[in-house]
Design a protein around this ligand. Structure first.
Ligand SMILES: Cc1cc2nc3c(=O)[nH]c(=O)nc-3n(C[C@H](O)[C@H](O)[C@H](O)COP(=O)(O)OP(=O)(O)OC[C@H]3O[C@@H](n4cnc5c(N)ncnc54)[C@H](O)[C@@H]3O)c2cc1C
Length: 320
């Protein structure tokens, strides 16, 4: 039998890093953190625009931090530096470029399978978030304009006429940011941006007032068409309009097949777990955005990590 880690954590986002570091601080050793991307925090790297303001109380949710990781408001860059530092400072083995495919419970331990290899661990925490598969519209996207449809700001160039779809914080931040160098409209099915936090509500109100962002509110989209290589948006209740690019910022999805493949039950779009974030499979935990239907945050993920670390600390994992 090869080496058995005390703890394996799948996904090195805020919840995964917090679970690793808080567990280390509780005295647990021999922890491995498995990340599919080339570096930790791929959601922050891919979906946050450069210099984005990072709010601790995201979406207006006030979260008191329970654990020992002192996270404060900052920017995308300071937040990534912060996670770099806490990983450097605590002895956690981070393996990048390893996508976990499934987790299998064996006799007294777990086997964690990746392409071409597997590792063993006594306990496993799944913190893979929901942004691996961003939410997509229900209507079909014509293949000829797929390159003009995006879920992040990547590939967006200056001077494009852009439609941002969504009404939460991410959509509002994308629209306001793009409006500095682009003609921007924002389409949201509701009449107001009440889901966004107060700062973002003020920012979008100002951008609309100064005609930097054009609101298309209380309107749904019926479909998209190719208009000579551009995207014609078929609005339900407003005139159709053509854009250079359409960006959907409508959240992410539950990784159901991953959960099912690992034996984790799902109810109402969320993995089933108890107050300690332990799933129906004893010793297998979930934390972070994956536990939320929508509306997770960095601070919430940090608290989940702390709770799990406290729970498993007494369980024969303490350093010798
Ligand atoms: C545009 C945008 C702006 C936001 N702004 C804020 C903000 O200002 N403040 C705030 O608190 N929150 C903000 N959020 C929300 C915040 O980013 C999330 O709540 C947080 O990242 C969730 O952490 P997590 O660890 O649960 O998941 P994630 O951060 O999604 O991390 C999951 C990690 O798991 C990895 N992974 C996925 N599948 C596998 C696999 N099979 N094997 C191995 N690794 C895998 C991923 O690559 C990723 O690194 C924002 C979100 C978005 C999209």
């Amino acid at each position: 039998m090869s080496h058995i880690y005390n703890l394996a954590i799948i996904g090195a986002g805020p919840a995964g890093i917090a679970t690793a570091v808080e567990s280390y601080l509780q005295g647990i050793r021999d922890i491995v953190l498995l990340e599919k991307d080339v570096n930790h925090n791929s959601t922050i790297r891919k979906y946050y625009k450069d210099n984005k303001r990072v709010d601790k109380d995201w979406k207006g949710q006030k979260v008191e931090l329970d654990g020992r990781i002192y996270f404060v408001d900052g920017t995308k860059e300071t937040t990534l530096d912060f996670f770099d530092e806490i990983l450097d400072y605590h002895s956690v083995e981070l393996q990048t470029h390893v996508e976990v495919q499934t987790i299998e419970k064996k006799d007294g331990y777990f086997e964690v399978f990746m392409a071409g290899k597997s590792i063993q661990a006594k306990k496993v925490v799944v913190t893979i978030g929901r942004m691996g598969k961003p939410n997509k519209p229900s209507y079909k996207i014509p293949s000829t304009i797929k390159k003009k449809i995006a879920y992040t700001l990547d590939g967006c160039s200056e001077g494009e006429k852009v439609l941002v779809v969504g009404g939460g914080d991410s959509a509002v931040e994308y629209a306001v940011d793009l409006s500095e160098k682009n003609e921007v409209a924002i389409c949201y099915r509701r009449e107001t941006f009440r889901r966004a936090n107060p700062t973002n509500q003020t920012n979008i109100a100002n951008a609309i007032m100064h005609k930097e962002v054009r609101p298309i509110l209380g309107i749904n989209i019926d479909g998209l068409e190719d208009d000579d290589g551009k995207v014609k948006v078929l609005f339900n209740g407003a005139e159709d309009e053509t854009f250079d690019r359409v960006i959907y910022a409508i959240g992410g999805t539950t990784p159901s097949s991953f959960l099912a493949g690992s034996g984790i039950k799902e109810l109402d779009g969320k993995p089933v777990h108890d107050d300690n974030y332990e799933t129906n499979v004893a010793g297998l935990f979930v934390a972070g955005d994956i536990t939320q239907e929508s509306g997770g945050s960095i601070a919430l993920g940090l608290n989940h990590g702390y709770a799990i670390a406290c729970f498993i600390q007494g369980d024969c994992l303490v350093a010798k």
